[in-house]
Write a protein that binds this ligand. Structure first.
Ligand code: NI
Length: 164
């Protein structure tokens, strides 16, 4: 938090299926795995490109959190499918040790490209939709505390809450 790259609008990817892109994605997976994250955006490892990854396996430590498919999402776009929002706890690898309650759209459609340049889209709800919105915000220079509406719900985490 506070690093200039995290405050910038990241640059779109124009070349797919390249060694450079594959190396960035591999670095992102290594970082996400080593920090036990649920997602990661390229600016979080100092690369201002519109690339996010996310993946949440079924985890008995977090029985309330639904699994999220293992995904590389490049040049993402989000469409909000209705006006409903819900509050939920978020943590972030770039805001270590903290968590906060953040309102997010409940149901979205997101689209983008995989690492080989194939376009895809999905409908997502709940925690899946939350993770995507959190990661795509990173590409627009936004960290989750900037989305909070009640700062009394911001504090130190104590139980290894998943971060993204
Ligand atoms: Ni984050």
């Amino acid at each position: 938090m506070g690093h200039p790259i995290l405050q910038q609008v990241a640059i779109a990817v124009t070349d797919f299926n390249t060694v450079e892109l594959d190396n960035i994605i591999r670095d992102m997976y290594d970082t996400m795995a080593s920090l036990d994250g649920a997602g990661l955006a390229a600016p979080q490892i100092g690369i201002s490109r519109r690339i996010v990854i996310f993946w949440v396996e079924d985890n008995p430590r977090y029985p309330d959190i639904e699994p999220v498919p293992d995904t590389v999402l490049i040049n993402p776009q989000i469409e909000f499918l209705d006006d409903s929002t819900e509050e939920g706890w978020e943590g972030c690898l770039s805001v270590p040790g903290m968590r906060g309650r953040v309102p997010r759209a409940t149901k979205i459609k997101y689209s983008g490209f995989d690492a080989t340049g194939n376009k895809f889209q999905r409908i997502a709800e709940g925690f899946h939709a939350r993770v995507v919105q959190h990661e795509v915000d990173h590409l627009d220079g936004i960290l989750y505390p900037q989305r909070m509406t009640d700062m009394s719900q911001f504090g130190f985490e104590q139980d290894g809450f998943p971060v993204a």
